[in-house]
Design a protein around this ligand. Sequence first.
Ligand SMILES: Nc1nc2c(c(=O)[nH]1)N[C@H]1C(S)=C(S)[C@@H](COP(=O)(O)OP(=O)(O)OC[C@H]3O[C@@H](n4cnc5c(N)ncnc54)[C@H](O)[C@@H]3O)O[C@H]1N2
Ligand code: MOO
Length: 429
Amino acid sequence: MAPTRRLLDDCFLHDRDRLRHAEALAILRERIVPVAGQESVALGEAHARILARSVAASQNVPLADNSAVDGYAFLHERYLSAGDGLLPVSARIAAGHPLEAPLAAGSAARIFTGALMPEGADTVAMQEDCEVTERDGRTFVHIPPGLKPGANRRRAGEDLKAGEMLVAAGTRLRPQDIAAIASTGADRVEVFRKLRVALVSSGDELRRPGVPLPAGGVYDSNHFLLSGLVAASGVEVSDLGILPDRAEAVQAALSAAALTHDVIVTTGGASRGEEDHFVSAIDELGSRHMWQLAIKPGRPMNFGRIGDCVTLGLPGNPVAAMVCGLLYVLPVLSALGGGAFFEPVRYQIPAAFSVPKKKPDRREFYRGILDRDADGRTVVRKFARDGSGLITSLREADGLIEIPEEATSIVEGQPVDFISFGDYGLAAR
Ligand SMILES: Nc1nc2c(c(=O)[nH]1)N[C@H]1C(S)=C(S)[C@@H](COP(=O)(O)OP(=O)(O)OC[C@H]3O[C@@H](n4cnc5c(N)ncnc54)[C@H](O)[C@@H]3O)O[C@H]1N2
Ligand code: MOO
């Protein structure tokens, strides 16, 4: 039987006693209940929103057979029997201007990409392959041999069939999903309402950029890191600014914010120094579901609730804030907002580095840089410096290298798990 872990109440524990990544995810998955509110939005407003009601295709796409190329349309059977492949051109059909009558028997139609196939034609030859001649004031086209019946014709419903499930409820709408819905003629979708997310930074040392720093001051860079990360998941962000290191001020701000937000994301003040007040504020105002994880960086991460509002407390060190933002905050926002509690894809990539000694019992995340070895194989390098305060490492990296709890060393060439920033839309271009 797995040993039960006690509720962690101090930061001087051994990693063995801390909550593991998988346990933290299990707690989050279990305790997050999606918001109920829904609304109808126009497709133009639907990007990154989470679909609340599944959408089925109301009609075939394409609606009718049409030409895939600019060329000449004809009836395959007749072209075979014509022998020399020479057909008179009896019509011209542009996209949006269908032929009113059937195509004259034994003739071809000049046709353009996307134009409706006329009745009496089933195949199209590309114009580059055809030879056009004028004879006695009439135009003839020579269709090359070897075309299969139905060539270059797009069939009605080949993209979507009427009635087919198109996008399932719970999907975060991507441009290609919205394009598919638009292709069926629907102009609105039912989505979950936007989550209201409050962002709070904490620490007497912090200042917003634009003012001079006092001695010992630090600019609040995490605000911009986290607001960008969460805004990309289609939520409404309110900026609650910087809270001082005073218990009453932190409590007052959190209890007020909890009344008007679905989620409060804090950064800093997450460990339990005397100047760190978030954890005690959550204990005072609501309940804490987890704190102190067996991960590096990100150890002081916490999760709790004040009334109906979920609180996610991220460490102040920027690298830890980003790691926790990607691994915990984004899946929580997705699940709360009606979507999936998603797991990032792990790519197995050979390590171009070695770690002779890793502490067991904790999961470590290094900043990984993709590279090629002498044979052209993709490998992953580790950003040389480990500091949790190095924003540079987040900018240089292509993603996170994830080393599981049980590992005690990494040998060069060994495959390691890689989580790509690109999968979050955060790749450098
Ligand atoms: N005795 C212990 N000390 C520390 C522990 C521990 O377990 N025991 N954990 C360390 C770890 S791990 C981390 S991570 C940090 C995080 O602690 P906090 O969340 O309480 O963060 P702060 O102490 O407020 O700040 C840490 C660091 O980050 C800078 N910071 C804070 N907020 C921002 C911001 N918005 N933008 C940019 N930089 C920020 C802050 O100035 C500090 O340098 O605690 C370790 N200590
Ligand atoms: O684990 Mo902290 O989260 O070192 O940066």
